[in-house]
Design a protein around this ligand. Structure first.
Ligand code: AKG
Ligand code: FE2
Length: 352
């Protein structure tokens, strides 16, 4: 199913293979955002919860987020309809190296192939093409034209994206507040955003002991808002002991993870958590991450208010468009060089 055939390209090195016994994550914070809808002074308490979760886990689960269940249901219906198309119709909207949006079934994470197929789209007017270090980045949606009822499904995905954007800005504000920044301090980075939505389909895998749906990685953007179905498979590396633990699906929730940009902006107060996706031989799984990303021209560096003589910036500034494009290309095919990471911009601080 899903057109994938198990071969050597999918096989993880022994140290990265999932263990046969799954450890359920206990203690990943569950945060109820419903106080945001009420007027009153609950915002500071919520910001403190989001701050603690971002510091201790880099991951949290939100409920009471205000996204209507029907909006999610319509988007997931569109997702299932898309992946159910015959392979050649999906191939007609396949992405290529210069145009990163569309269908793809051969993503690599850290040079090992992932057991999945994806469809990427930008949820709003695509940002203008941008010159980046390795060429040009062109964001153009490839909507399947001939999918019966797809205009309706396209609307469903656009409606979902709008709901995600609202939630993303609320979370960004809570994060800014938790860092004692002005509530809209980080908003300006998202004017010409390069946010995209990914529809993920993980078909049943004959060798779930050897392959992964997505290999271990950290999300490069600011925040990820993930919808997952009830199958389960998302594993997070627990900060306290480095163990891989499974994030249990919670109905009507989203999983939020702090990406590399928040790690850099916060000068390491918060950390982008490593995660991966395990697959199984019995059930296909669907998930839908919303990657909240800034404009290509953003220079990423610790925010001024969070550095001082005693706490100097821990990163050199880097350009988001270049980073994003380099990472995208290395996920497109197997390369013989290491994947770009924010660690490459980490300063070696000389401690006095
Ligand atoms: O499918 C999932 O649960 C997570 C996917 C993921 O980590 C990603 O696409 O970056
Ligand atoms: Fe991820």
């Amino acid at each position: 199913m899903g057109g994938l055939t198990m071969d050597q390209a999918f096989v993880q090195a022994p140290e990265h293979r999932p263990k046969p016994i799954v450890t359920e994550a206990t203690g990943i914070p569950l945060i109820d955002l419903s106080p945001l809808a009420a007027s009153g002074g609950a915002v500071d308490a919520l910001a403190a919860e989001v701050g603690a979760a971002s510091r201790d886990w880099g991951f949290f689960v939100v409920v009471g987020h205000g996204v209507p269940a029907e909006t999610v249901a319509r988007a997931t219906e569109a997702q299932r309809a898309f992946f159910a198309l015959p392979a050649e119709r999906k191939a007609a909207v396949r992405r290529n190296e210069a145009e990163p949006l569309g269908y793809y079934e051969s993503e690599h994470t850290k040079n090992v192939r992932d057991w999945k197929e994806v469809y990427d789209l930008v949820p709003r007017e695509p940002p203008p093409p941008a010159a980046v270090a390795d060429g040009e980045l062109v964001f153009d949606n490839k909507w399947p034209q001939d999918l019966p009822g797809f205009s309706f499904r396209r609307e469903a995905l656009e409606e979902y994206a709008k709901a995600m954007e609202e939630l993303a800005f609320k979370l960004l504000e809570l994060i800014a507040r938790s860092l004692k920044l002005r509530p809209d301090r980080l908003h300006g980075f998202f004017k010409d955003q390069t946010t995209f939505i990914r529809l993920n389909h993980y078909p049943p895998c004959p060798s779930p002991d050897l392959a992964l749906g997505v290999g271990r990685h950290k999300d490069a953007g600011a925040l990820t808002i993930l919808y997952q179905d009830d199958v389960g498979g998302l594993d997070v590396r627990r900060r306290s002991d480095g163990e891989w633990v499974r994030v249990r699906p919670v109905p009507d929730s989203f999983i939020i993870n702090v990406g590399d940009l928040i790690q850099v902006w916060s000068n390491d107060r918060y950390e982008s958590a490593e995660h991966r996706v395990s697959v199984n031989s019995a059930r296909e799984r669907f998930s839908m991450p919303y990657f909240f990303n800034p404009a290509t021209y953003t220079m990423v560096e610790p925010v001024e208010e969070l550095v001082s003589k005693d706490d100097p910036p821990r990163y050199d500034a880097y350009n988001w468009g270049d980073f994003f494009s380099t990472r995208k290309n290395s996920n497109f095919k197997k390369l013989n060089v290491e994947n770009i990471q924010i660690a490459h911009f980490k300063k070696s601080l000389v401690l006095a």
